[in-house]
Design a binder for this molecule. Sequence first.
Ligand SMILES: *Cc1c(COP(=O)(O)O)cnc(C)c1O
Length: 495
Amino acid sequence: MEILYKSTRSEDTEVKASEAILKGLANDGGLFVPESIPALDKSLEELSTMTYQEVAYEVMKLFLTDFTEEELKTCITRAYDSKFDTEVIAPVTGKESPYFLELYHGATIAFKDMALSILPHLMITAAKKNHVDNDIVILTATSGDTGKAALAGFADVKGTKIIVFYPKNGVSPIQEKQMVTQKGDNTYVVGIHGNFDDAQTGVKTLFSDKELADEMAAKGYQFSSANSINIGRLVPQVVYYVYAYAQLLQKNEIQKGEKINVVVPTGNFGNILAGFYAKNMGVPIDKLICASNDNKVLYDFFSTGTYDRNREFVLTTSPSMDILISSNLERLIYRIAGNSAEKNAELMVSLSAKGSYDITDTMKKELKDFYGNYATEKETAEIIQELYQKDGYVIDTHTAVAAAVYKKYTADTKDTTKTVIVSTASPYKFGRSVMTAINGKYDALSDFDLIDELEKISNVKVPNAIEEIRKAPVLHNHICEKDQMKKTVKEFLNI
Ligand SMILES: *Cc1c(COP(=O)(O)O)cnc(C)c1O
């Protein structure tokens, strides 16, 4: 069955998957959503005997229906290869519930690699299919992890350029070092004086700038997005929820049909939305537990039905979740409004005008699959230490937010359903916060000495992604004001 993609903000757009990937954002500023969510056409038992790559094909073929089998399989093979440090690609670890789904075994050691390893291949294939001759300029806002994963994915990919904006004072030292040492003639990295929301809003504004689009076209360029607003990010993320369930079945940790819960450390709402799509495809997921840090706009939303970004932006030790405008929530809002672009558009106007919106009671009822809570900085640090002392297992700060929220959830509900905590980054990426949570004495060490200590206490080898940047030279040192993003882009492209 062919799946077309509609905009969340108007009824009249309908495009094929490859066009949606190329465009990133719909012309009306809305996000592309599949007109319906396809059901899995293989049983979970069958899927439990397959490799990650095979499961990826079985899931993605149902969404990306205008890609041929050969195109899709080529993209998958190129993406999920030895860039990952385990053949399983996304292992589920732990001997009992809660399990951890480790999504950080890719090139840049955060879960963004799961989708950004394949997005460049999908995009190049989509460009060929649609006879696009322009160079594609990937414009990306990052809270730290997307930037590096997108840079690594697109570096030296012919026919593309990639420009990444990150909040100069809002990422971890390792995250910044990873980005500013990026090689590749087609890569540009810019720190902005502002926070992630400023970067994301700036990028969205550039996308809907008609004048700029015309100037770009005249020079043979067009924009696309590597942010999770691109459906080409979301679809590959559905795969690992299916695969996680399949692995639990395969290891006899659960019985056929048994429901599981998932806990997702959430920022832009892309990861957890992919879990929701997996549930709607037929994976027996009961509760989707949405974990926030002190920027708890989503927790408030789930408990009150009001989304309100008018609050102080807090810098936390889980910077990739320091977000007050969770872009992908729009896809859920559209859906709980009964797939109504009109209702969604009305709420999004309210969000940009007032910084808030209220959903109706009927919409609120549709959120029953979700549970939201948040973890403070103290709770986050405590759970890192607790898990390390109990099992010798070291988790990063984002995963720790999820683990702390899971603890609150079980205390709240007494629910004993087996649970998977989605582990989104390697502890090496946030070494200082992780090590000082375990023992305050480590704070005296330098960033790289901390890394060596972490290796000793965790018995996990320092990943390549970290070794690479120890001595790498800084290649990008561009800084700009948040209202200078357009000018900066034009300079880079020489227009
Ligand atoms: C991006 C990111 C998140 C948040 O994911 P969303 O899809 O934006 O909700 C959580 N943890 C880490 C480590 C990330 O990089």
